[in-house]
Design a protein around this ligand. Structure first.
Ligand SMILES: [Zn+2]
Length: 261
């Protein structure tokens, strides 16, 4: 990674905020500062995401809009809640290895369902072409596939009686990242079949936040607070997508005209 190499934080006074980098297949151990930041940067968004989802629900005009608001809201709130709980347990209760391991898997699984849920309002409420309409259920198959992958290939553990984490080769982590990228971009292809493409720029901007964030996702031990910065990029991406969903799919058209002015 070019950026982090140019500036070696290990040689600066900021090095005390992070620990040494670990091999690609092992898990980085955050410092106390980083643990706190990891918890805070996602906990902060739990209440706003509950309020935001409720707004969409109350703006719903029909059953499909209401259902989509629920699905999207559960995905959005679920991501921040699961992530906050996982980071809190891994900070304060890391001796509960099995619990921590299950929550880590849950944290990774929540991302797949969060992506599917983020697409749900667009896929359910916008008119799609005959082929593209299959994406409505395909995203959930993909999310389930990702979940199964996490279950089998995410840092395997021993039995409940002997909970030890077995690190798998680095290529499994690479495949995991690839799965997220495919899950994140493939459903967006339905845009080509949409007669109405309003909101596309907000969707692209949100996607760009996620992509930029992955640089930090892979920079533990190179950049202090890298994981917390990744969390913030996720929050900005989710915020941009929320704005697009609120404005283009839920806001009544009379108000939409006012927002556009
Ligand atoms: Zn995290």
């Amino acid at each position: 990674m070019l950026g982090p190499r140019l500036l070696d934080f290990q040689k600066t006074k900021y090095a005390r905020f992070m620990n040494r980098r670990v091999p690609a297949h092992k898990r980085y151990q955050p410092t106390e500062y980083e643990h706190a930041a990891n918890c805070a940067t996602h906990a902060l968004w739990i209440v706003p995401s509950i309020l935001g989802s409720s707004v969409l629900y109350f703006l719903s005009d029909d059953a499909w809009e209401a259902i989509s608001a629920w699905i999207y809201g559960l995905g959005l709130c679920g991501l921040f809640v699961v992530s906050t709980v996982f980071h809190t347990i891994s900070w304060r209760k890391s001796h509960l290895r099995m619990v921590e391991h299950c929550l880590h898997m849950g944290d990774r699984m929540a991302i797949y369902f969060f992506i599917a849920a983020s697409y749900a309002p667009w896929l359910n409420l916008r008119e799609l072409g005959p082929w593209a309409s299959h994406m409505r259920w395909l995203v959930w198959i993909m999310a389930s596939g990702g979940t199964v992958y996490v279950f089998f290939f995410h840092e395997r553990t021993g039995s409940c009686f002997e909970p030890k984490v077995v690190y798998l080769p680095a290529r499994y982590k690479l495949v995991e990242l690839l799965c997220y990228v495919v899950m994140g971009f493939f459903p967006a292809l339905v845009i080509f079949s949409m007669p109405n493409t309003e909101g596309i720029w907000e969707l692209v901007t949100g996607g760009a936040f996620y992509c930029l964030g992955t640089v930090f996702f892979k920079s533990d031990g190179r950049i202090p607070f890298a994981h917390a910065i990744w969390h913030l990029f996720v929050a900005f991406g989710a915020g941009t997508h929320y704005y697009a969903i609120w404005r283009y799919l839920y806001l009544p058209s009379t108000l939409q005209a006012k927002v556009s002015k």
